[in-house]
Design a protein around this ligand. Structure first.
Ligand SMILES: Cc1ncc(COP(=O)(O)O)c(C=O)c1O
Length: 398
């Protein structure tokens, strides 16, 4: 009689549907080398190299000194929800009310909650490729089925409304858009955004618009999906202070959407983390209501770094790279090197870059493509130069 060799997992079935994030896995591998004293050029982690501006830090310190350290309302104190909608209105012309906002412990929590609230077992969720690593796992954890739409690399990974519309079926529950995109840096043209939103609204499909990089848009036209007011009944915006104000470690984000959706997000949050950290809430108010000059300063510096990294990548024979219009990543195609010196995948390339060239990157497999690696250029110009020189030497040697 045949015996099963399958080992049953002691953990829940839903946990088996997800994996540790590729970015975090690469960071952990890099940490091991660093612990051995190896000097790494780190283009792996997706976070600003800037420090949190002084007035934001001061607000956090004052919150502690003033003993603002107790539980708060689950979705954030009224002043924070007011600051979120005021900032959004000032920046993008939206007209959300405070009860259409829920503050969260990072944009990631807001996204996780929104997907849990909207997606049921078997629901289809359209995800453009390449995608941010967590979209797939968050949808699958909720029991949803990811339906992938491939962006065209020849068009710098820009999505069109037609590409999305062709993937819609009667089972489509939601579409996740991320513009500017992590990892490609592509920006969805506002006309295409409008067409997708109106199509989705007409068909009762939710759009989850991940706008964590909304301010890092280099096109000169910084827009939010919220501009399409006719579709607001089916629009959930995920916002984050992490990249805009160099606050990744503080964990501050939010969801904006129709009251019934936000109420459910609140309910879920009430049974998991409860309120975002009270001290961070005060810092977030200072960020949203205080001077906004840091945003343009950060953006201008990222544009300079983008141009620098593209120029250096262009000097590596065989490496092709789409031109990003936002965020702080480039997503070069390294497939010309597959078949050489045992390199057969982007994971091979990223691993060898780490162990031999001491450059941290993230392989494209985690973002849904097999031929690319992601480089974060949120680092000093000199650090970026050094990393690219190491990469150039590595590719010349294989
Ligand atoms: C596309 C995208 N969405 C959401 C997040 C989450 O940001 P946070 O949870 O720090 O606000 C990130 C972080 O890297 C991201 O790249």
């Amino acid at each position: 009689m045949a015996t099963s060799t399958a080992v049953s997992s002691p953990f829940s079935a839903r946990l088996n549907r997800i994996e540790i994030s590729a970015t975090i896995a690469m960071t952990a591998e890099a940490a091991k080398l660093r612990a051995k004293g190896i000097d790494l050029s780190d283009l792996g982690m997706g976070e600003p190299h800037f420090n949190t501006p002084r007035h934001i830090k001061n607000a956090g310190i004052a919150a502690i000194e003033n003993n603002f350290t107790k539980y708060t309302a689950v979705g954030g104190i009224p002043e924070l929800r007011k600051a979120i909608v005021h900032r959004h209105a000032a920046d993008f012309g939206s007209d959300y009310k405070p009860d259409e906002a829920c503050a969260a412990t990072g944009g990631k929590q807001a996204l996780f909650n929104a997907v849990q609230v909207l997606v049921d077992h078997g629901d289809e969720v359209i995800i453009p490729v390449p995608y941010w690593v967590s979209f797939k796992d968050i949808v699958e954890y909720a029991g949803g089925k990811c339906v992938y739409v491939e962006a065209d690399e020849e068009q710098d990974f820009r999505l069109t409304a037609g590409m999305i519309e062709r993937a819609v079926t009667s089972r489509t529950r939601a579409i996740i858009l991320n513009t500017p995109c992590n990892p490609s840096g592509a920006v969805i043209n506002p006309d295409d955004m409008r067409d997708v939103l109106l199509m989705a609204h007409r068909r009762g499909i939710y759009i989850i618009s991940d706008e964590c990089y909304v301010q890092l848009n280099f096109t000169g036209n910084v827009t939010s999906a919220a501009a399409v007011k006719e579709a607001r009944e089916h629009l959930v915006i995920i916002g984050s202070l992490s990249k805009t104000y160099a606050m990744t470690g503080w964990r501050s984000g939010y969801a904006l959407g129709p009251v019934p959706v936000i109420a459910q997000i609140n309910k879920l949050q009430s049974q998991s983390t409860s309120n975002p950290c009270s001290i961070v809430q005060k810092a977030a108010i200072a960020a949203l209501e205080g001077p906004q000059d840091c945003i343009a300063e950060f953006r201008d510096e990222y544009i300079r770094l983008r141009d620098q990294v593209l120029a250096d990548l262009a000097q590596i024979p065989g490496v092709r790279c789409a031109r990003p219009e936002g965020a702080f990543y480039v997503y070069p195609n390294v497939s010309a090197y597959f078949g050489r010196s045992g390199l057969n995948s982007s994971s091979d390339v990223a691993n060898r870059l780490l162990h031999e060239a001491h450059v941290v990157t993230v392989p494209g497999e985690g973002f849904g493509t097999r031929e690319h690696i992601r480089l974060s250029y949120a680092t000093s110009s000199a650090g970026l130069k050094e990393a690219l020189q190491r990469m150039k030497n590595f590719f010349a040697s294989v």
